[in-house]
Design a binder for this molecule. Sequence first.
Ligand SMILES: Nc1ncnc2c1ncn2[C@@H]1O[C@H](COP(=O)(O)OP(=O)(O)OP(=O)(O)O)[C@@H](O)[C@H]1O
Length: 431
Amino acid sequence: MSNLQDIKNRFGIIGNSPLLDRAIEKAVQVANTDISVLVTGESGVGKENIPKIIHSLSHRKHNSYIAVNCGAIPEGTIDSELFGHEKGAFTGALATRKGYFEEADGGTIFLDEVAELPLQTQVRLLRVLETGEFIKVGSSKIQKTDVRIVAATNVNMLEAIQKHKFREDLYYRLNTVEIHLPPLRERQEDIPLLFRKFCVDFAEKYRRPPVRLSKEAEDILKNYRWPGNIRQLRNLAEQISVVETGKEITPSVLKLYLPDIDKANLPTLIPNQNTSSADFASERDILYKILFDMRNDINDLKAITLELIKSTASGTTGFAEENASLIQKVFKNSEKLQGTYGTQNQGNIVIKENLTPSNPTVKPLEIQTNEDYEEAEVESFDNEVLSLEKIEVEMIKKALEKHNGRRKLAAEELGISERTLYRKIKQYNLQ
Ligand SMILES: Nc1ncnc2c1ncn2[C@@H]1O[C@H](COP(=O)(O)OP(=O)(O)OP(=O)(O)O)[C@@H](O)[C@H]1O
């Protein structure tokens, strides 16, 4: 199959812009070679489609296609994930395990967010690219694999090289052919097409009448900057399809949803007469921080419990001595946490869900103080308190919405690393 429209249909790609067509044509041309391809373009432009096209039109199509998000794998385990490990290579390596490069022998590996690879992994990757050789973690045996690599990035690689975050030699090996996907603002003609298609899909999914777009609203969509690209357009179409069901979308409706025109989708705090807006901002920051600290402590506690279970099961003693530092860390932190609550908020912080009229799927947070808490009706209040996990999901969604899907900025706002954010997006299936 090589007809452009057939390929678009097969992979659900919407759009007729010459820049998009050029990218797909290039993917078709290189598919049947083993050349390494680097797919570049901003976040949300549809880079994931390109390696799929390449694999399915290549002679490797009957073998494995493995997509790996390099940004989502913790640094400590990425070598083992990619190249495998021997039994006993590290604590927890209970058996020998194949890595993706061994699993994908004869097939294709898509390395998404390749710029996130740690430097030591870049060295291993360069070796696979040059010789097809790799060594499992904890082994000295050289193994061979025959894998086609397609990588993707939304960062400026030359800048990453300059900052010594990415190896220059690896960049040139990966970038034998570059396929660039244009940002949505450079594909204006595709915007109404994409929007309509997404709205029809969501109307079907949610069993509602589809919305219609007025000519004026269409012009606004075409001239908007779309910093989050197609991902942002898709999210917008979903929100509108659910909330404005069956309506004609006019500029005034549309403006409610475009984040840099209307900030209504950000978390809102219940105003307290004596509090300035600067205080609200810092209170929100403190809340973010407390929530993420709490989450980390819970994970540490889980680790201790697991160790405890294991040592009980195997009948070994000395658990407390062996884990003294971990135990100390967890309990020190929890004291700190109680102190923080006590001084910052003098009691309970209660977080409630609330629906906005403009968007019932987006739930801004309200923060209540102790006084409010005493006034609240306990029964209904119990139902409204969010679980920690739900709060975390909401926080992440808000931060992503606020920054139009730009994970770097969202991670900065949340006070977590980009890598942690990638993991959480995957964990909660947020994008
Ligand atoms: N041409 C297109 N037609 C229809 N849907 C598209 C198109 N391009 C992208 N999408 C959709 O947009 C969303 C984002 O695409 P994708 O995940 O491939 O972006 P990306 O460039 O890999 O982003 P990131 O760099 O953040 O990983 C996906 O839901 C995808 O299905």
